[in-house]
Design a binder for this molecule. Structure first.
Ligand SMILES: Cc1cc2nc3c(=O)[nH]c(=O)nc-3n(C[C@H](O)[C@H](O)[C@H](O)COP(=O)(O)O)c2cc1C
Length: 319
């Protein structure tokens, strides 16, 4: 079967499946595994220590795959400046850049004369239209079910995707709540040209930086075992439920200020659980799709499985 869409054609990939940016987890090993399996893997630029470290990851991913890959920029988070890293992405002529978490204008402008494809993450029709006006090659629409940072309006993927599809003419990638071939095909039925997955790719063999207790929690959690933190500071983000997450919610109730929260919600606190295995001392982002995760396959096993599911669905639609 052919899986061509505007996204596979734009990005020169076999399947329209993108690995989302994953802070402290999205390194070259995972990115190359996704790209080698026919999707688009990504290095997560802003959780690396500096621009040199990004260059090293880009060099490494090219040693591991000859397929296209992306570099993700979560701007406005982690408190780091980003233009030196964008410069590295430009110098290294990476095939794709994705941008989230802030105003993408500066990055889109600087990349405009290059042949780098730019995908902007959005969570509303208005943001999607703005990204198109600014020259983005495509948008990634993230619904409320997703892991990590979310839009402020609590709109789910099922409602958001068709509305964005109707509002822009550039390709649309659906994200948030997708973990198997059924979700992928549902996204296409909604008019999307491809999908992005975050949480599902963490529970794979090649996500080598994820701690064992975090991966175990992704397998054991049900669809109702996530909660949204940071609403009080207008930066909602979905995490796995835990005593640590409860502590954050309690602080938000009592003293809803960034100052009161900052030590609890820092990148350090994130890393303590997801990389260093100290569950009691940190938090872990995850989407509701965690309820559908039951194993830790290799990336290629996961993608093969999704293709088989999707083939079955397409056959069923024909009859
Ligand atoms: C652990 C984790 C870290 C994330 N870090 C980033 C990031 O650095 N940049 C980004 O654009 N999105 C980030 N996201 C969001 C994902 O790229 C993706 O949009 C989201 O996970 C999609 O929803 P899903 O988890 O239901 O697949 C993160 C998500 C998770 C679960």
């Amino acid at each position: 079967m052919k899986w061509n869409t505007r996204i596979t054609e734009l990005l020169h990939i076999k399947y329209p499946i993108i690995q989302g940016g994953l802070a402290y987890l999205g390194y070259s090993d995972l990115a190359a595994a996704v790209s080698n399996a026919g999707g688009l893997g990504q290095i997560t630029a802003m959780s690396l220590p500096n621009a040199d470290a990004l260059r090293q990851e880009i060099v490494r991913v090219r040693q591991l795959t000859d397929q296209p890959f992306g570099v993700n920029f979560a701007i406005g988070m982690h408190g780091a400046s980003y233009m030196d890293r964008v410069q590295v992405a430009m110098e290294e002529r990476v095939p794709v850049v994705t941008i989230t978490g802030g105003n993408p204008t500066e990055i889109l402008e600087i990349l405009e004369p290059t042949d780098i494809h730019t995908l902007v993450l959005v969570s509303s029709r208005r943001q999607a239209q703005k990204a198109e006006q600014l020259g983005a090659s495509a948008v990634i629409v993230v619904g409320q079910e997703g892991g990590g940072h979310l839009g402020r309006d609590d709109v789910g993927t099922m409602v958001l995707v068709p509305q964005v599809v109707d509002s822009v003419s550039i390709p649309v990638v659906a994200s948030g709540g997708i973990g198997d071939g059924r979700g992928w095909m549902a996204a296409h039925a909604l008019g999307a040209d491809g999908i992005e997955m975050g949480t599902r790719f963490i529970a794979t063999q090649e996500c080598v930086h994820a701690s064992s207790s975090y991966k175990k929690a992704l397998i054991e959690s049900s669809e109702s075992d996530t909660v949204v933190i940071k609403r009080s500071i207008h930066s909602p983000a979905r995490v796995l439920k835990s005593e640590y997450a409860d502590k954050i919610l309690e602080i938000e109730r009592v003293s809803p200020t960034y100052e009161a929260l900052k030590n609890y919600i820092s990148g350090e606190a994130n890393r303590r659980w997801i990389c260093d295995d100290k569950k009691e001392e940190g938090f872990g982002w995850a989407g509701q799709v965690t309820g559908m995760i039951q194993d830790i396959p290799t990336v290629s096993e996961l993608i093969d499985r999704m293709i088989k599911d999707a083939e079955r669905i397409r056959e069923k639609w024909r009859t």
